[in-house]
Write a protein that binds this ligand. Structure first.
Ligand code: CO
Length: 144
């Protein structure tokens, strides 16, 4: 079978203090934020740092009932999920589900940067929360 995964889109890291994390990457790695966004539906604020064709996604909760708030409480700061780029999120989600993996999103939904995304549950993926990311045509052509 051909790989569903075309690239690593982002590595997401949950942090308590987004500005402190952004400053750390700038001062320690010289890495700059290229995009910031509040994902209101998920109760998170993100700052994206470009690394090659991929991103580090620094993630902090904006409300107490956010899943990232629960993660920070349970596990502390650190790696939260890996976003893999796929050509077609809907097809990739169907294929992953058909293979027996447990999914969180039954249908794809909007993500940040006008992407289309779906999450795969960590229980069937060796403890890693996986996000399938389909870029919009405009972002994939220009890599904003
Ligand atoms: Co993500």
């Amino acid at each position: 079978m051909e790989s569903l995964l075309t690239d690593i889109d982002h590595v997401a890291i949950a942090v308590h203090d987004l500005d402190a994390a952004v400053a750390w990457y700038a001062e320690t790695m010289g890495a700059k934020v290229v995009h910031r966004e509040d994902v209101v539906s998920d109760g998170v604020r993100e700052a994206l740092i470009r690394v090659g064709d991929s991103y580090i996604q620094l993630l902090t909760p904006t409300r107490a009932d956010s899943t990232v708030a629960a993660f920070l409480e349970r596990r502390g700061e650190g790696l939260h999920h890996v976003g893999y780029r796929v050509a077609n999120c809907s097809e990739a989600l169907d294929a992953v589900r058909a293979s027996g993996a447990r999914v969180i999103d039954e249908v794809p939904r909007p993500g940040s940067r006008a992407t289309t995304i779906a999450f795969v549950h960590p229980t069937t993926s060796f403890g890693t929360l996986i996000e399938l990311v389909e870029e919009s045509v405009s972002t994939s052509s220009t890599h904003q």
